[in-house]
Design a protein around this ligand. Sequence first.
Ligand SMILES: [Zn+2]
Length: 308
Amino acid sequence: MDAFPTSRGSRQAVGDTPSLRSRKSRVALLLVASVLSGCATHRGQSLADLPAKHSVRAERLVIHSDSPIEKKSPIITELAELRLDILSTLNLPESKRPVVVYLFRDERRYTEYMRERFPSLPVRRAFFVGTASELAVYAYHGDNLATDLRHEYTHGVLHSSLKNLPLWLDEGLAEYFEPPRDRHHVNEEHVARLAAAVQGGWQPDLERLEQLTSVGEMQAMDYHEAWAWTYMMLQSDNGDAGKLVDYVHACKTEALPQRLSQTVASTLTTGKTRLINQITSLDSGVKAAEGVIPAAFERPSAGKASLE
Ligand SMILES: [Zn+2]
């Protein structure tokens, strides 16, 4: 499997941002057979325990945690609002499937569990793992918890009713719903990186994004661009928002939907121009100091591989 994007523009953009090289991207992971077989090797062994000391259930959200968590805690309220926001934005029906969050007390315990339970997975700050039996989020208490939960819970809500969401759109939507509500779906990190790339001659390329099918292929620039296409379409008033929602609905079934770029082919060229103009416009209103590290990026201290 190819490990890296082939877009020259993307490579140049990433190469122009050395601070990103130590970050590895983190995405939702739909559990695959290879992971399951890896887990099977642990049968009979003593795994690190899942958080189970405290449990809270709030509508379609279940949290099992090491530490006490109040049902009226701000993060539970926020995730409940986020779910409604996702469903209304995408006109999706309520699903009966809950998203189960396993909240570890600290990074060390989380890392130990993930290493034992999912030995083939790379080190990441949090994970969404969707299987036929459970939509699970694994995370730990830390400075980025709220950001991580918004991102991973979005994956969970999406996967509760969609079966064939392309990787780029899965991540684009998670990035779109990741910022706090008062940011209005804008993450300054994405805007700043894309604006710098645009200045360096980068061009958006939806068809290239659509060819990414595995976690390992997703680079930081791919997350930026996935957010940008999602943001531009959902915020548009030219009909693209409806096209994107229709496309998401086509992902409800087992059959693979047509690529979105084929669906919006007639507007794709102007879409690239609009995307660049929107990034430039957003960048002019963004202060660098307000930037936060998107949940899709691994914590810097754990970086082992560069982005190139
Ligand atoms: Zn993700």
